[in-house]
Design a protein around this ligand. Structure first.
Ligand SMILES: C[C@@](CO)(OP(=O)(O)O)[C@H](O)COP(=O)(O)OP(=O)(O)OC[C@H]1O[C@@H](n2ccc(N)nc2=O)[C@H](O)[C@@H]1O
Ligand SMILES: Nc1ncnc2c1ncn2[C@@H]1O[C@H](COP(=O)(O)OP(=O)(O)O)[C@@H](O)[C@H]1O
Length: 286
């Protein structure tokens, strides 16, 4: 049988406001998520011995700590499924880049194995399993661009324009926990409504902290700011600017220093994963 191959797209936080710190240490935030059509790729094959085997090592991540393996084992436990899986990962998204690669890999694993194992847990259960793996997993499970509140789990789907983004990935990995524990992080941005946000505005409250700690991110922002307004995604390190078409984004990309990793991708309101799963469902119904 052919393996089931599915995309795990990246995301951008088009804005990110920190409203407060909760008693459990987590932060209340407001953020706007949009997917990009660039990401990792996962292939799943059935094993009948119940084992989960991930092929494709990631530097600094133990097999059993990989979010893919953790997601697969959690789904096995929650569904009581006896099957296992061989999972092949092709990693394209920068790690610790604020572009959601680990969370997206976890969501693709939940949806991919739910399909392969026929566990049929449904999107709500999968999103709630996902939340126990990380604050960003549910939006990838839902697969719709969204305004997020709470710790990122209260999602309101939004229709955004789908511009082209030039994304620069400075070669540093920023730890989310480190930025959220920085005493200089502002945690008092007033809540806004989604309507006022869509009318324009917003910023990334984590950006000043990351710029102070990581000169590589500061430099990438000032480089991109020479062409278009640049902003950081999530807790960094990636920074992005938007363009009305691919040609203009490519032109600026070619002018960046050759040793600075960067790519061009389109913003998408429906994730590539959900487009592929819808296609598969159609093929079955034909
Ligand atoms: C803030 C965002 C925006 O997208 O940053 P990025 O990770 O994408 O850069 C995410 O929601 C992050 O989600 P995720 O990366 O899944 O974070 P988690 O693993 O849940 O949390 C990592 C650590 O960050 C802190 N944390 C995370 C989310 C949050 N709302 N408040 C927090 O204080 C906590 O210290 C937590 O232990
Ligand atoms: N499949 C995975 N892909 C990426 N990172 C993973 C994965 N599994 C575990 N991790 C760990 O999660 C951390 C954050 O990952 P990532 O999602 O790439 O960053 P961010 O949340 O900043 O976008 C990594 O530095 C790594 O230690």
């Amino acid at each position: 049988m052919q393996p089931l191959t599915l995309p795990a797209p990246g995301k951008l936080n088009l804005m990110l406001h920190i409203l407060a710190r909760r008693a459990d240490g987590y932060h209340e935030l407001q953020t706007l998520f949009q997917f990009i059509d660039h990401g990792d790729e996962l292939s799943f094959s059935l094993r009948d011995d119940g084992q989960i085997r991930l092929h494709g090592d990631l530097p600094g991540v133990e097999h059993d700590s990989n979010l893919i393996v953790r997601a697969a084992r959690l789904l096995q436990r929650e569904s009581g499924c006896p099957w296992g899986a061989d999972i092949q990962l092709i990693k394209r998204l920068p790690m610790g880049g604020g572009i959601g690669g680990g969370s997206s890999d976890a969501a693709t694993t939940l949806l991919g194995l739910d399909h392969l194992w026929q566990t049929r847990l449904g999107e709500d259960r999968l999103a709630s399993i996902g939340l126990s793996l990380g604050a960003d997993v549910p939006v990838f499970v839902r697969g719709r661009a969204a305004f997020a509140e709470g710790v990122g789990e209260r999602l309101q789907p939004v229709e955004l324009s789908e511009p082209w983004f030039l994304v620069i990935a400075p070669q540093v990995s920023v730890s989310t926990a480190e930025i959220f524990s920085d005493p200089e992080l502002t945690r008092n941005t007033p809540a806004i409504t989604v309507r006022s946000l869509l009318a324009g505005g917003g910023r990334n409250d984590c950006q000043p902290v990351v710029e102070r700690r990581y000169p590589e991110v500061r430099n990438a922002l000032s480089l991109l700011n020479k062409f278009v307004p640049a902003r950081m995604t999530g807790t960094g390190a990636c920074v992005f600017g938007s363009f009305p078409n691919k040609g203009e984004a490519d032109t600026v990309c070619r002018q960046l220093p050759a040793d600075l990793p960067a790519f061009v991708a389109q913003g998408r309101n429906i994730s590539m994963l959900h487009r592929r799963l819808a296609q598969l469902a159609q093929e079955v119904n034909v």
